[in-house]
Design a protein around this ligand. Structure first.
Ligand code: NAD
Ligand code: UFG
Length: 348
């Protein structure tokens, strides 16, 4: 029988793409999502793309009893934990909401997993857990030092999961935790069908959805935050990664957790990034080339909390997960644009 993967936050942007890859790889998929930032339409489309069914429970991961019932009903072997709030600015205004949702939500989930004896977990972490560094290319052993409540919630969860794994050695557990902490760089793009993609509420905070909405005429002008950074053209540089490449990293992570490296348990962090960065101006230029649309933009002051340059050292993921990105920036933009054109109002 196929292994069953519980996907928390599976109706969201990255989660829905993960469901497609899991179903196509032959896994059974159970999604839990409270729909705070998503719609069930994404899951309908996942099933349309794959021609396969998944099971959906509308539930908050903080609902311990409800979650325990699901573990009792479904024979879950692995959990991919996407559920959480992710807007940096909002996290500064509502820190308690972020800590409650992200940190407490994860605590409830791992308590229920303990009780159900399911100890295999892939966690959505973020490059935002790293502290500012003199090197723009980040490796997993760089010091951590998130600078906002969202990032700190991810760093706290990583600490909890590392402690959990360390405790296994002390108690000589015969069913130790196997945990992959996946630190995402900047996921963009959409499934190549154009049926699922990123559907931000209100005005987007992130560059790619903002650019797409300017191109389609929903927003008038892009503000490029800062043109005086010490980078090749003065604008911020990030490591953009196609969301389908990103979710393939999760499938590889499950295989690695089940393999020799994790035979006696463990908790390890992996960067999921391409290992090279693009500036904001390079993104605009490539977007214009790929879509044949002009992007109206102006330079604005730097956005608080932004780094000049940040990109991954992805060597560890290549070595241990046997994973690397396959898609180009042109692919990311073409797919994001197809999604935008086919769904100008998102899932609504
Ligand atoms: P998203 O908001 O599209 O998806 C998150 C999903 O979790 C949503 O469907 C939401 O309804 C659900 N959710 C939130 N709180 C919940 C709760 N308490 N119980 C049940 N469901 C809940 O976001 P995404 O971009 O798909 O991100 C997925 C994960 O990846 C998040 O944990 C995010 O922090 C992390 N991440 C995202 C990015 C990015 O740029 N998108 C970068 C780094 C890390
Ligand atoms: N930018 C603009 N104008 C905009 C939006 C963004 O110029 O309207 C610039 C930013 O200044 C930055 C780059 O585009 O230089 C990328 O910004 P995003 O907001 O798209 O992405 P961030 O790198 O700031 O953050 C993203 C996610 C975080 C995650 C982080 C991981 O939003 O949740 O990647 O590296 F933690």
């Amino acid at each position: 029988m196929a292994n069953t993967v519980l996907v928390t936050g599976g109706a969201g942007y990255i989660g829905s793409h993960a469901c497609v890859e899991l179903l196509q790889a032959g896994y059974k998929v159970v999604v839990v999502d409270n729909l705070v930032n998503s719609k069930t339409e994404s899951l309908k489309r996942v099933q349309k793309i794959t021609g396969k069914a998944l099971t959906f429970y509308e539930i908050d991961v903080r609902d311990k009893e409800g979650l325990a019932d699901i573990f009792a009903k479904e024979s879950i072997s692995t959990v991919i934990h996407f559920a959480g709030l992710k807007a940096v600015g909002e996290s500064c205004e509502q820190p308690l909401n972020y800590y409650h949702n992200n940190v407490y939500g994860t605590l409830v989930l791992i308590e229920v997993m303990c009780d159900a004896n399911v100890r295999q977990l892939v966690f959505s972490s973020s490059a935002t857990v790293y502290g500012e560094s003199v090197h723009a290319q980040y490796s997993e052993d760089f010091p951590l030092g998130a600078i906002n409540p969202y990032g700190r919630s991810k760093a706290m969860i990583e600490d909890i999961l590392r402690d959990l794994s360390a405790a296994d050695k002390l108690t000589q557990s015969n069913n130790p935790w196997k945990i992959a902490l996946l630190r995402y760089f900047n996921p963009i793009g959409a499934h190549e069908s154009g049926m699922i993609g990123e559907d931000p509420n209100g005005i987007p905070n992130n560059l790619m959805p903002y650019v797409s909405q300017v191109a389609i005429g929903k927003l008038a002008q892009l503000s490029v935050f800062g043109n005086d950074y010490p980078t090749r053209d003065g604008t911020g540089i990030r490591d953009y990664i196609h969301v389908v490449d990103l979710v393939k990293g999760h499938i590889k992570a499950i295989a690695t957790l089940e393999g020799e490296k994790f035979q006696s348990g463990g908790c390890h962090a992996y960067n999921l990034g391409a290992g090279r960065g693009y500036s904001v101006l390079e993104i605009i230029e490539t977007f214009e080339k790929v879509t044949d649309k002009k992007i109206n933009y102006k330079f604005s002051p730097r956005r608080a909390g932004d780094l000049a340059e940040c990109f991954a050292n992805p060597e560890l993921a290549l070595k241990q997960l046997n994973w690397k990105v396959e898609k180009s920036l042109d692919d990311m933009i073409a797919d994001a644009w197809r999604w935008q054109l086919k769904n100008p109002q998102g899932y609504s």
